[in-house]
Ligand binder design. Sequence first.
Ligand code: ZN
Length: 170
Amino acid sequence: MPATLVAMQAPTTVLAEELSNVERAVALYASDMPTGYGLQGPADPNVADWIAQGAARLGREETRRRASYLAGHRKLWLRDMTTPEIDRRHKVRFPSKRRLRIAESVASTSLFWIRVTPAARALPAEIDGPCPKCDDAGKLWVNQVIDDTSGWYEEGYVPCWVCQPEDGAA
Ligand SMILES: [Zn+2]
């Protein structure tokens, strides 16, 4: 084997600053952070290390993918719209509810001292499974009242607000 192949590149370092809030939660979940962890002071240095560790373990793209699904699951959960299949996939990714809750809490708190750099791209919420609103059509048929007095309305398709990307998704 050529020597150049043996000298493997170091894994890409991911800085906590480059990750959005939800991505940090995903990274923390995958890190060595103890599940019962309590923050050590207002700028706990362990947190940045764990975020970087978890993101390196999963890889940048997988961290992002899981974060998108986590955001999508949260979006449905808040509206009581999760399906058994979507819940099942969510639990496969995050078997421990308690650990996820702690990871989310530590991630949110980290925003106070590890600011998000412009390199952190906007994160779309994605649904992992058939959309419970439009059944994956991606659009919804709506009657939109244009004028209340005359009862004039228009019908047509609009992008599904559950599964289609919103403008300015964060
Ligand atoms: Zn939909």
